[in-house]
Design a protein around this ligand. Structure first.
Ligand code: SAM
Length: 234
């Protein structure tokens, strides 16, 4: 459960009505049951539900502060609701940041409500996979504008579906120190344009392959992140 500082008085947690509903009705927890509460910034508590319906007692189990090396997904927005699955699964895999981008072949310009929806999905997925931190969903940005920003990570890769590029895994094994910050960029269903690949290369994005199969954009995000996560795991 994600909680905020304002809900805590000493070791007592005042639960919000929707949290009471979730714990009591959805998870069917009884007084005395334990659950994990977290602040989304790396701090975690073991909470015990009290006899009063809307309170729990907190016991600290982990303090925030140990910085995680950035693990960044940059993904061109697909049509429809495909990005919901990307946000959910990327969160489970452990990304720290997601940048939705508008590329030359992206049609969609999402509303603000979509962005808050993705942030909610990231929060739910963090709770479900017992992460200590919630990834940040950045506001959608055009790909050229993103490339104008200072480099997001020391290792940056652009996944390109066709062409003679090294496999992401081979490249990571050459480049990656355990603590390296990594950014992975996935294109839209129509692929990156040659200009986008060239501009990204100038900004330090190494073009890489994920193998000979042409994956749907949503699948490609998950495959690429799983490869990075496997190499980064201690
Ligand atoms: N229509 C595009 C083409 O023919 O080049 C394919 C685009 S693919 C459906 C969507 C995105 O997933 C690509 O831009 C790329 O980032 C990623 N992708 C899919 N398969 C890939 C692969 N085998 N290697 C690298 N990236 C891949």
């Amino acid at each position: 459960l994600t909680i905020s500082e304002q809900q805590c008085q000493g070791r007592t947690l005042d639960l919000l009505p929707e949290q009471v509903h979730y714990l009591r009705r959805v998870l069917r927890l009884a007084p005395g049951s334990r659950f994990i509460a977290q602040d989304g910034q790396g701090q975690q508590w073991l909470a015990t539900l009290g006899d009063k319906l809307d309170q729990a007692e907190l016991e600290e189990v982990q303090r925030g502060g140990s910085a995680i090396a950035p693990f960044i997904l940059i993904a061109a927005l697909p049509k429809g609701s495909g990005f919901d699955a990307v946000v959910r699964q990327a969160t489970e895999i452990g990304v720290t940041d997601i940048y939705p981008v508008l590329s030359q072949r992206t049609l969609l310009n999402p509303s603000d409500s979509r962005v808050s929806r993705w942030q909610r999905i990231a929060q739910e997925a963090s709770e479900q996979s017992e992460r200590l931190t919630i990834p940040e969903i950045h506001p959608p940005v055009s790909f050229p504008a993103l490339l104008q920003q200072p480099a997001l990570a020391s290792q940056q890769y652009l996944c390109v579906a066709r062409g003679e590029y090294p496999h992401l895994l081979t490249q990571l094994q050459k480049d990656l120190s355990a603590a390296a910050a990594v950014a992975i960029a996935i294109g839209p269903e129509g692929g990156w344009t040659p200009e986008e690949i060239a501009e990204a290369a100038v900004k330090g994005y190494q073009p890489v392959s994920l193998g000979s199969a042409i994956l749907r954009a949503v699948t490609a995000s998950i495959v690429a992140l799983a490869i990075v996560a496997a190499v980064r795991e201690p």
